[in-house]
Design a protein. Structure first.
Length: 209
């Protein structure tokens, strides 16, 4: 299950998370999500939603989006940030996504933004996402370009970049795992943020697991 040391790291990081956020990158991701959402309706889930700022932005633009996060402190901030949109405990669930996504509904889109690389057991998250997804629903994973991952870890180590109190579990083979065993098919692969990030868009093709 999700690593305890990582979870504590995210609890600590929560306080400064929004202050340190790269706004250009944030806006870029919002634009990508809006493009993917065009012509789609239904509920959206962000797995590893952190302080809930993507949810806030997309709810403001009229999308029915909720989130789940395993850091208690991140959840508290997300609930505070989303208080204008209804019962915060219904909008944000405090769960380890490897165990459960926490909602009793089906989603038309599930988004995993800058979180995939922290799952020790990503196959469990994928299975949970699959079970909570409508057929034809999209799974969007925004993560580190595998070619950049060692450079990012090195920059953190050398303190050129702010250290994330987390170990990157990054393993590019995981992408293949999704495609081959999960019932999702890759429909789009986008490079973003000057090639440093990869955006994978999968579609749930069939009722099977
Ligand atoms: C780098 S932050 C990204 C937050 C948000 N997606 C954003 O981009 O603003 C990663 C988040 O994933 C959460 N997380 C990591 N592993 C998780 C797990 N197994 N279940 C739920 N949340 C998890 C962390 O607590 C943290 O809030």
């Amino acid at each position: 299950m999700g690593n305890e040391k990582l979870k504590k790291g995210f609890d600590l990081e929560s306080e400064t998370y929004d202050k340190d956020r790269n706004q250009t990158y944030f806006t870029e991701n919002v634009r990508v999500l809006e493009d993917l959402l065009e012509g789609r309706s239904g509920k959206i889930l962000e797995v590893g939603c952190g302080t809930g700022m993507y949810i806030k932005e997309l709810r403001t633009r009229g999308h029915d989006m909720v989130g789940v996060d395993y850091s208690k402190e991140m959840c508290a901030l997300a609930r505070m940030n989303l208080s204008e949109f209804g019962d915060p405990t219904e909008l944000i669930k405090h769960r380890d996504a490897e165990e459960s996504l926490g909602f009793d509904v089906f989603f038309n889109m599930i988004v995993i933004m800058d979180c995939w690389e922290f799952f020790p057991n990503p196959d469990r998250v994928i299975k949970n996402a699959y079970n909570a997804m409508e057929t034809d629903g999209l799974l969007v994973i925004i993560t580190v370009n595998p070619w950049f991952a060692p450079a990012i870890v090195l920059c953190e180590y050398l303190k050129i970049k702010k250290n994330r109190p987390a170990f990157h579990y990054y393993n590019s083979f995981r992408h293949r795992t999704i495609n081959l065993v999960s019932g999702f098919s890759l429909v789009k692969h986008i490079k973003s943020h000057w090639g440093m990030k990869y955006i994978y868009v999968f579609r749930k093709e069939r009722e099977h697991f």
